[in-house]
Design a protein around this ligand. Structure first.
Ligand code: NAD
Length: 503
C-alpha cells in the first residue's frame, strides 16, 4: 500500500516516491520532519553528458517551427491539468504550503503553458524603414541556446515553468537545477515533461534535463560557456555569485532575487480591504514568498485602530499541519528559517521594537515541524533587520505623516521587487505609480504586494536582480535579436551617404 495514495496517479509518468529509497539527497517534509524520499544527486560525469546532450538538442529544436514547439508545451500543460491534484499534494508535503496555495501554484504552471502556446505564434519582430533605396530592414528574434533554470524552494514548480514554457517555445532546451530542499516536486514535474518529449516526434533527446544537487551544480552551470542563459531565482547572495560567474564568460543572466516589500495604508484606505490584504500578504505561505509583505507604513491617523485589528487577526490565524482542514499557516521550511526568524525578532527587540507574536507553535503530532505565529513588530524608524529580507512571517510596522515620506521609506531598501498602496485618493495612487513613486518592479493599488498573475512581467529592480519572467514581453530574454538589412536593388548605396567607389 502506498503511504501517499494521492500521488499514485503520477506513476503513469514514471514518478513513484515509494521507489526513492537509496539516493544521497534526503527530502524532508517540513510538516513533521519525516524523510519523504532519497534522491541521487548529479555527478560531474553525469553533468558533462547531460550538458553535451542539451547542446546537441539545441541544434535540432531551434529548427522546429515555433507553433510546433508550442504544441509540445500545450501537451505538457494538458498533462499537468490531469495531475494537478497529485502535484499540489506533493507541494503540500515537501514545502508545507496549504492545499489551496499549492493548487494555485500548479495552476500557475497550467496558465503559463496556455500563455506560451499562444505566444508561440506571436514571436513578433519589427520592420524598420531603411534610408537606402530598395533596401528593407528587419528585426528578428532567434532561439538563444540552452537555458539553465536554478530555482528556490518556495515556488518549486511555478518558477521553473515560467522559464521553461517560454524557453521551449522560443526554441531552447532547458536544464533545471531545483532547490536541494524540493527534489521530489522537481522529479514529478520533470517526469511529466519527459513523458511528453518521449512521444513527440520533433523533440530531440536532451530537450529537458533535470540535475538534482546542491549549489555546486548551480555553480557548474553558471561557469559553463555552453549555457546561453542562466535564469536564477533565490537569495541575493546566490544571485551575486551567479551574476559574477556568468559575466566572466559574457553569458546572459535572468535574476529573480530577494524582496523586501512594503505597503502604505493611506488615510482614505478601506480598512477591511487593508486588513485582509495585509494578513494574506504578510502571513500567507508562512511569510515565505519573495513578494511577502515585510514592511507596513500606516498613516498616523489610522495607526492605532489598524494595529489593533491586525494584532487580533494575526493572533487568530490558524497555524498547523497544512493537511488539516481550515489551517491557513503551515510550517517554515526548516530549522534554519526558524532560527533566522528568532534572531531577527531578538535584534528588533534589542533596537526597541515592540514584538507581537512570533513564537513557536506546538502542533501535536508534528513536534519536529517549525510552526510559528506570524509576528508584528512596531518600530519608530528603520533598523538593520527591517531593511533586510528575513524569509519568515515578520511584518515591521511604522507610522507616517506625508505620502512623500511613505514613498521615500518604501524605496529606502536595497531590494526592489513589489510594493502596494491602499488608498481611495486618486492623486496619491497616481503619484505612487508615477516616476516619482515606487521604485519596484511591481506596484499595486488596493491589493497587497503578493499574488501576481502570469500575464504581467514579473520581477524587480536593484538587488532583486532586474530580471523579468512570465508574461508581457519577458519571452525576449530567451531569444537573441538580429537586425537584418536586405538590398533588392542593383546598386550598393552606403549608409550615411558614405562614398567608397572602387573599380
Ligand atoms: P537560495 O538562494 O538558498 O537557493 C536558491 C537556489 O540557488 C537553489 O537551487 C540553490 O541550490 C542555488 N544556489 C545557491 N547558491 C548558489 C550559487 N552560489 N550558485 C548557483 N546556485 C546556487 O534561496 P532559497 O532559500 O531556496 O529561496 C528563498 C530566496 O529566494 C528568497 O530570498 C526569496 O526572496 C527568493 N525568491 C525570489 C523570487 C523572485 O522571483 N524574485 C522567487 C522565489 C524566491
Amino acid at each position: 500500500m502506498s503511504k501517499h495514495p494521492e500521488l499514485d496517479s503520477l506513476r503513469a509518468v514514471g514518478f513513484d516516491m515509494a521507489q526513492l529509497t537509496s539516493g544521497d539527497l534526503l527530502s524532508y517534509s517540513p510538516i513533521n520532519g519525516a524523510v519523504l524520499g532519497r534522491v541521487a544527486t548529479t555527478s560531474a560525469a553525469h553533468y558533462e553528458r547531460a550538458v553535451a546532450a542539451t547542446a546537441g538538442a539545441f541544434l535540432q529544436w531551434k529548427a522546429v517551427p515555433a507553433p510546433r514547439r508550442g504544441e509540445l508545451v500545450r501537451q505538457f500543460g494538458a498533462l499537468v491539468r490531469t495531475h494537478k491534484p497529485a502535484l499540489a499534494h506533493l507541494i503540500v508535503l515537501e514545502v508545507g504550503k496549504i492545499p489551496s496555495e499549492a493548487a494555485g501554484e500548479v495552476q500557475e504552471v497550467i496558465d503559463i503553458c496556455d500563455f506560451a502556446v499562444g505566444l508561440s505564434r506571436q514571436l513578433h519582430g519589427l520592420t524598420i524603414a531603411s534610408e537606402r533605396v530598395r533596401h528593407h530592414m528587419l528585426e528578428r528574434w532567434h532561439p538563444l541556446g540552452p537555458v539553465a533554470i536554478i530555482t528556490a524552494f518556495n515556488f518549486p514548480m511555478a518558477v521553473w515553468s515560467w522559464n521553461a514554457a517560454l524557453a521551449l517555445i522560443c526554441g531552447n532546451p532547458v536544464i533545471w537545477k531545483p532547490s536541494e530542499k524540493t527534489p521530489l516536486t522537481a522529479l514529478a514535474l520533470a517526469a511529466i515533461l519527459e513523458s511528453v518529449v518521449r512521444d513527440f516526434s520533433d523533440a530531440p533527446t536532451g530537450l529537458s534535463t533535470l540535475l538534482i544537487g546542491e549549489r555546486s551544480v548551480g555553480e557548474w552551470l553558471s561557469r559553463d560557456p555552453r549555457i546561453a542563459l542562466v535564469s536564477a531565482t533565490g537569495s541575493t547572495r546566490m544571485g551575486r555569485d551567479v551574476a559574477a560567474h556568468v559575466a566572466t564568460r559574457f553569458g546572459r543572466t535572468l535574476l529573480e532575487l530577494g524582496g523586501n516589500n512594503a505597503m502604505i495604508v493611506a488615510p482614505s484606505a478601506r480598512e477591511d480591504l487593508a486588513v485582509r490584504a495585509i494578513t494574506f500578504a504578510a502571513a500567507g505561505t508562512a511569510g515565505q514568498r519573495c513578494t511577502t509583505l515585510r514592511r507596513l507604513y500606516v498613516h498616523e491617523s489610522r495607526y492605532s485602530v489598524l494595529l489593533e485589528r491586525l494584532r487580533a487577526a494575526f493572533a487568530s490565524l490558524p497555524v498547523g499541519n497544512p493537511l488539516e482542514k481550515d489551517v491557513l499557516i503551515g510550517p517554515l521550511i526548516d530549522q534554519g528559517a526558524y532560527d533566522a526568524m528568532q534572531s531577527a525578532l531578538a535584534s528588533a527587540r534589542k533596537a526597541g521594537g515592540v514584538v507581537h507574536g512570533g513564537e513557536r507553535v506546538n502542533v501535536p503530532g508534528n513536534e519536529s515541524g517549525f510552526y510559528v505565529r506570524p509576528a508584528l513588530v512596531e518600530l519608530q524608524a528603520a533598523i538593520a533587520v527591517s531593511q533586510a529580507e528575513t524569509f519568515a512571517p515578520i511584518l515591521y510596522v511604522f507610522s507616517y505623516r506625508t505620502i512623500e515620506d511613505a514613498i521615500a521609506a518604501n524605496n529606502a531598501v536595497t531590494q526592489g521587487l513589489s510594493s502596494s498602496l491602499m488608498t481611495q485618493d486618486l492623486s496619491e495612487a497616481e503619484l505612487f505609480l508615477s516616476a516619482e513613486g515606487s521604485d519596484c518592479g511591481i506596484a499595486n493599488i488596493n491589493i497587497g504586494p503578493s499574488g501576481a498573475e502570469i500575464g504581467g512581467a514579473f520581477g524587480g529592480e536593484k538587488e532583486t536582480g532586474g530580471g523579468r519572467e512570465s508574461g508581457s514581453d519577458a519571452w525576449k530574454a530567451y531569444m537573441r535579436r538580429q537586425t537584418q538589412t536586405v538590398n533588392y536593388s542593383a546598386v550598393l548605396p552606403l549608409a550615411q551617404g558614405v562614398k567608397f567607389d572602387v573599380g
